[in-house]
Design a protein around this ligand. Structure first.
Ligand SMILES: [Mg+2]
Length: 245
C-alpha cells in the first residue's frame, strides 16, 4: 500500500462550491426581489453574472485586507443592484448576505463518487482527514451537510479558522501528519495549486491536483497527477494502493 494517510481539501474538491454559490445567489435574489415587489423585467441570470463579476473584481482588495468582509459584501451587492437601478441600501446588502449564508450549504451537492471513494478508504486501514481554510462554523456546517462527519472523526478535521494557521503554510500539514500518523506515505488532494499542491508538497506530502476550476499551475512543482474529476482521483488511489474500485 502506497499511501497510509490521505487528506482532502473541501471546497471544489469534494463538492462544487461554485455551483452552490450560484444556486444560492439566484435563490436569494429571487427572494429579495419578491419581498420588495421588484420582479418586473429583472432577469436573474443577468443579476447573477454582474454579481459574480463584482465578487471577482473586489476579491483582491478583500484578500489583501484593504476592505473588510462586510465592505466586500456590501460593495458587490450594491454595485450590482445599482447597475440594474434597484433601490437597495446597505441594510439590504447585509440582509441579503445573512440570507445567503443561511441557505448556501443546502445547495452543496457532493461530486459524483465521493461517497464510494470515502467509504472504500474507511473500509481499509487508510487514515483520512480534511484540511481546509475558512471559518470553523462555515466549514464544519458544509462537512455536516455533506454527511462526511459520519466517516471522518472531528479530530481529523483541520480547519484554519480553528487552528490559527492556514494553507499553504506547512504548519497545518504538519499538524495533520502528526495526528494521522501512518506507515505509508502521505497524500493530499485539492483544487488550488498554491494552497493545496504547493502547500502540501513543500510539507513533504505527495499531491494530486484536482483541477476543477481550470487553474494554470503557477510553479514548477510536479504533483503525482493532474485530474479533472474526483473519479479520476479515486482510480489513481485504487490503483496505487491496490484496492478494488
Ligand atoms: Mg478548494
Amino acid at each position: 500500500m502506497r499511501w497510509g494517510t490521505i487528506c482532502f481539501d473541501l471546497d471544489n474538491t469534494l463538492f462544487s462550491h461554485e455551483e452552490a454559490f450560484e444556486k444560492a445567489i439566484f435563490f436569494c435574489f429571487d427572494s429579495i426581489l419578491k419581498e420588495n415587489k421588484l420582479t418586473n423585467n429583472i432577469k436573474l441570470n443577468e443579476l447573477f453574472t454582474a454579481f459574480k463579476k463584482y465578487s471577482d473584481l473586489y476579491w483582491d482588495d478583500y484578500e489583501k485586507g484593504v476592505i473588510t468582509p462586510k465592505e466586500y459584501r456590501r460593495r458587490r451587492f450594491l454595485t450590482t443592484t445599482q447597475q440594474f437601478q434597484l433601490p437597495f441600501n446597505q441594510n439590504d446588502a447585509d440582509h441579503f448576505h445573512e440570507h445567503y449564508y443561511s441557505v448556501v450549504d443546502d445547495f452543496s451537492v457532493p461530486y459524483p463518487h465521493l461517497y464510494s471513494l470515502i467509504s472504500k478508504l474507511v473500509e481499509t486501514s487508510i487514515k483520512i482527514g480534511i484540511i481546509t481554510n475558512g471559518n470553523v462554523d462555515t466549514q464544519y456546517n458544509k462537512i455536516k451537510k455533506l454527511g462526511l462527519n459520519n466517516w471522518i472523526s472531528d479530530d481529523y478535521l483541520f480547519i484554519s479558522g480553528e487552528l490559527g494557521v492556514a494553507k499553504p503554510n506547512r504548519e497545518i500539514f504538519d499538524m495533520a501528519k502528526e495526528k494521522l500518523q501512518s506507515n505509508g506515505d502521505y497524500l493530499f488532494i485539492g483544487d488550488s495549486w498554491e494552497h493545496d499542491v504547493v502547500g502540501s508538497m513543500n510539507a513533504g506530502w505527495d499531491s494530486i491536483f484536482l483541477n476543477t476550476r481550470n487553474e494554470d499551475p503557477s510553479s514548477s512543482h510536479q504533483p503525482i497527477e493532474i485530474c479533472s474529476t474526483l473519479q479520476d482521483v479515486a482510480n489513481i488511489i485504487y490503483k496505487e494502493n491496490n484496492l478494488r474500485g
